[in-house]
Ligand binder design. Sequence first.
Ligand SMILES: [Zn+2]
Length: 348
Amino acid sequence: MKEQLEGIRRRALAELSDHATAEAIEAVRVRVLGRSGELTEIMRGLRDLAPAERPLVGKLVNEIKSEVESRIAALQTNLRGRELERSLGEAKLDVTLPGMKIPRGRIHPVTQVIEEMLDILGEMGFEVEYTQDVEDDFHNFAALNFAPDHPARDTQDTFFLPGGLLLRTHTSNGQIRVLERRRPPLAVVCPGGCYRRDDPSVRASPAFNQIEGFMIDRHGRITMSHLKGVLTEFANSFYGETPVRFRSSFFPFTEPSAELDIHCLLCAGAGCPVCKHSGWTEVLGCGMIHPNVLRAVKLDPAEYQGFAFGMGVERTALMKLGIDDMRLFFENDLRFLAQFPSVNGGVR
Ligand SMILES: [Zn+2]
């Protein structure tokens, strides 16, 4: 019996070498220590032995059992350590691998055009003020000398909101908002979103951007000549040297009123379908601020005088970028937007 037990011990320890695999270790555990393993069977047969032999065999079985158990535990700890080391080695940081490319956004072409316009006007001394998109009738219409029955007040044209409010139809409300807070002399531009009940099309959108500008000082100090000088300078800075013309027009909030045309950028004045063969393109509306507008903000028209202008950003951007459909600006198609790293050609 003793020889049999020593045989079990030798075989088990020989198989539990330092290089034993997890499967080999488990096989030894089951064969020696398992429910019907070699040692278990011997313990079961203990009662058939001579009473004097039983304690000796029992002691030896327990010795072998704990020896095999502790050997298995040591090998398993060792195995887990080697496994951890291997996985750490595989995950090692390789600083020579190429970096991950993080995609970068771009400034939207419409925003680029706004920034370029504001840069030019800022250099000419205009401050930037932002005013609200949600307005009341007074600041969007009445104070700007719109007659009570003016068609722009129609629900066909304007988005009305509950509580007598509306979405501003132009940035001209900026004139009223700023002049309620500040007194002349001042030169201010108000960029921002405007809203009209237009169906989206090649040349129109229900939401669009405008830049309103105005310059006011004591009567006689700001004249139509200043208006022409400032806007001609602006057109030449923004569009490049190009012939301009001021054409008489009408707006409720200016008197006299004019529109500024530049030579069509596509045909350079020769005439093409885009400019309807006139050779000219309208770029903005302007005029001397109407005395009623000054009165609405409690300025005496006999004391103060100034000019104002307003231009649509998207239409300007269409011309400047040579695009023929305004909807492209709002569809957020990255294949389109990614074509405009910067209007200036540089990187911001
Ligand atoms: Zn043309």
